[in-house]
Write a protein that binds this ligand. Sequence first.
Ligand SMILES: C[S@@+](CC[C@H](N)C(=O)[O-])C[C@H]1O[C@@H](n2cnc3c(N)ncnc32)[C@H](O)[C@@H]1O
Length: 298
Amino acid sequence: MENEGATQVPNERPRPRWAREKVMPRINSRTLTTAAEDLRARALGKLPTVAAVPLMIVYRNVRWAAERRANVEFLRRPTRHATFSQRLALVLRTYLISCAVECAHRQEEVLPVIGKILSLGEEVAGCIVEAGSYKGGSAAKFSVAAALAKRKLVIFDSFQGIPQNEEEHQTSIFGEAVGFGGGFYRGGLAEVRANVARYGCLDACEFVKGWFEETMPRFAHPVAVAYLDVDLASSTRTCLRYLYPLLSRGGMLASQDGHLPLVLAVFDDNSFWRDELGEEKPAIEGYGTRKLISIVKQ
Ligand SMILES: C[S@@+](CC[C@H](N)C(=O)[O-])C[C@H]1O[C@@H](n2cnc3c(N)ncnc32)[C@H](O)[C@@H]1O
């Protein structure tokens, strides 16, 4: 299900706002924390993976309560398709993937979705969809869960990064500066496929290459779980427009962009739900408080 032919955009990596605007940041506790995080990531990146994984597990679980809670909750809650030891192995594998592949998410933004995939009953028909894969780290993680649950994982991306856009995001609901230029978060199809083959389950995956606006209207399969990590409000709107009608009852649509006010505005737009999706706006868990927001279709 690969679709060539999306237009070229520059291979630009996300850079901090001060670097993009060439203005030195004010030195305060937040910029110091960001600098410390950057140093830590560079140091971890230089270690062999075998040493970096335990260090990452300890560091992140000591430092971030939300990550610790997500791991505990995931291990504690029984699932239909994975035993406790399989879930433990999966948690370790998520850290291995985070060490080996540059990822744009934290544990608490993927584990609840993996938990949902592993709990799907037969009554919730359909595949798993990821919209927005970057280097394939989250796709590799979801692919392992999809294989355990005997579902297909369909991965939509331009494989050229974020499209050119004029969205002014400014700050997240947590007060951090955010911005998404064209070409940010680029991961090529070959690179994503290689990462999924090495760290996940390639057999469970199908890749759909191209802009969502062009590829999604042609997709017509039932969806059990959809995961959107697309940064732009316009891309989120497209995903909702084409994927939500395909979502089975009892299925879940999650967005990892719940910290972005422009994305929240799309989810909150009553007329969008009524006029384009033909239903009232559903309940959105985590709205306005968390990065990962989700809807379970009733
Ligand atoms: C933040 S990255 C995804 C991060 C990844 N899920 C992870 O956790 O590592 C956003 C992705 O969305 C894709 N994207 C955003 N809007 C798109 C659009 N309209 N069409 C195709 N791809 C798009 C970009 O190419 C990029 O790979």
